[in-house]
Design a protein around this ligand. Structure first.
Ligand code: SAM
Length: 483
């Protein structure tokens, strides 16, 4: 027998076969449907990582895989189970998958799983529920709960509108949440028996922000957090699908006792950290902090004494929405215009204005219709709301000094009761916002590249005097560390 024939004769694992389906079929899936249903399949290595997180395996596994796609996670669970020193006696899996085309491939993966289990003397039973997991979960039979002792999830991701059937179904189960992925996790948690384990890969956006606070409370209230794995380098988890969202794998146990949390990243080994470092005792918003490489910087920023109100400052979003003010936009300044400032005018912490051959507009007509779009002359700190992924920093600040102006809507600006800031304070504030320490803090707390006015309001700041000292400091990072 030659080498090639031998290779085709060797049975491949259910997981490798599922990964082949993923690589072969994902590119040919209908792009719009793929996006709506969040059909981004888990690559083999990541699926293995999830399955390896289950501490012990019950001897009779009752597994839930909701949004099962092509079945990679169930296959990874089986691959893990068969290599455990004490493998389970039986695995009964329930897979929910709404998409018919996916469900067909899933059936094949499950057949492969059955073969693999049979080869290891494990009884395998499966059920595919080709239906909407959220709506189905609100039906009396399923909502009776506590059916599973293990759950493995890579749920779809997408907003849930407040008037949708999903929202009503979730509400009937006592769940208030705004995204499909948190809905899937919340439901799966309810369907676990006490002591049951759930491992999921999700975006990390739920860790902070007020929208996700009810979800965080539900998660932390109903279960104990056993392990967290953070993908620090963007793109690692789903690089073939170009999903930029930063991902997180978490392992929770329903109703367990909260001990230390095993924390690992794709760049560092696992270590146990006290739970209090992840969720600060008494934190009013129950933020989930991910103290990876930047723990010290985050601590530093969090220990700073002021919020914006203490500084007497406010941050607002630029008022000129250019497509709404089209007739008032001017390419170049003239006698009857004021400067119009875009992110494109940022230049190393200062504003370069006007810009020649600028793709946007340099000026705004000075007329009664535009009066309320302008700020009085003065010094303002501006930050970009959106940063390009290749930009080195999340928060990018520049100082505007000059006459009355319009700030475009892709910017946020710091002001003092609608007017400008003292020069030295503005310089110090811009240097603070552009610091490495603030950048690290944002990376830990925020999974996206947007920097909203709310994010800037929630940031901690040094005192006014300290900010003024920063304007003159030789080493900004050292100065912040000394505050
Ligand atoms: C992010 S993919 C993950 C697939 C698979 N678990 C994996 O890890 O490879 C999410 C899957 O959920 C399915 N899905 C989306 N909305 C659903 C819903 N409401 N109910 C059930 N399945 C859904 C999608 O079709 C897709 O296959």
């Amino acid at each position: 027998m030659d080498g090639a024939a031998q290779a085709t004769d060797t049975p491949i694992s259910a997981l490798s076969a599922a990964d082949l389906f993923r690589r072969e079929l994902s590119p040919s899936l209908d792009a719009a449907r793929r996006k709506t249903l969040g059909q981004f399949m888990t690559p083999e290595a990541v699926a293995r990582l999830l399955a390896s997180r289950f501490r012990e395996m019950p001897s009779e596994v009752r597994l839930l895989d909701a949004g099962a796609g092509m079945g990679a996670l169930t296959a990874a669970f089986v691959a893990e189970a068969v290599t455990r020193p004490e493998p389970p006696r039986s695995i009964t899996v329930t897979c929910f998958e709404v998409d018919e085309a996916m469900a067909l491939i899933l059936a094949q993966t499950l057949a492969n799983c059955a073969d693999e289990c049979a080869a290891h003397g494990i009884k395998f039973q499966h059920e595919v529920v080709q239906d909407d997991y959220i709506l189905r979960s609100a039906e009396p039979l399923l909502s009776a709960a506590a059916r599973f002792n293990c759950a493995i999830l890579n749920p779809p991701y997408g907003k849930i509108r407040s008037n949708s059937g999903w929202r009503a179904a979730l509400r009937s189960q006592g769940i208030e949440t705004v995204n499909l992925y948190t809905a899937f996790v919340a439901l799966a948690l309810q369907q676990l028996e006490p002591g049951g384990q759930l491992v999921a890969i999700t975006p990390r956006s739920f860790c902070n922000g007020s929208y996700y606070e009810p979800f965080r409370r539900l998660l932390l209230g109903a279960s104990s957090l056993e392990a967290l794995h953070v993908f620090e380098s963007r793109r690692t988890a789903f690089k073939e699908d170009e999903v930029l969202q930063e991902n997180l794998v978490f392992h929770v146990r329903r109703g367990g006792t909260q001990n230390g949390v095993l924390l690992s990243t794709d760049l560092s080994d696992a270590r146990e950290v006290p739970f209090g470092e992840i969720v600060r005792p008494g934190d009013a918003h129950a933020f989930i902090r991910l103290p990876t490489g930047g723990a010290t910087a985050a601590d530093l920023i969090q220990s700073l004494p002021c919020n914006l109100a203490d500084l007497g400052l406010t941050v607002s979003t630029g008022r000129v929405v250019d497509f709404r003010a089209k007739e008032h936009l001017r390419r170049d300044p003239g006698p009857d215009t004021v400067p119009l400032i875009y992110p494109g005018h940022f230049d190393g912490g200062e504003i370069r204005w006007p810009r020649e051959a600028f793709k946007k507009h340099n000026a705004l007509a000075d007329c009664p219709e535009t009066a309320n779009l302008m700020v009085p002359g003065g010094t303002y700190v501006l930050t970009k709301r959106f940063t390009a992924k290749e930009e080195r920093r999340r928060v990018v600040a520049s100082v505007y000094r000059g006459e009355r102006a319009g700030f475009e809507n892709h910017l946020n600006y710091f002001h003092e009761r609608g007017a400008g800031l003292p020069e030295v304070l503005a310089d110090g504030l811009a240097r603070y916002l552009n610091s490495e320490a603030v950048d690290t803090y944002f990376r830990i707390f925020s999974g996206h590249t947007q920097v909203n006015a709310t994010d800037l309001r929630n940031l901690h700041y040094p005192t006014r005097a300290q900010l003024e000292a920063l304007a003159r400091a030789e080493d900004v990072e050292a100065a912040i560390a000394g505050f």
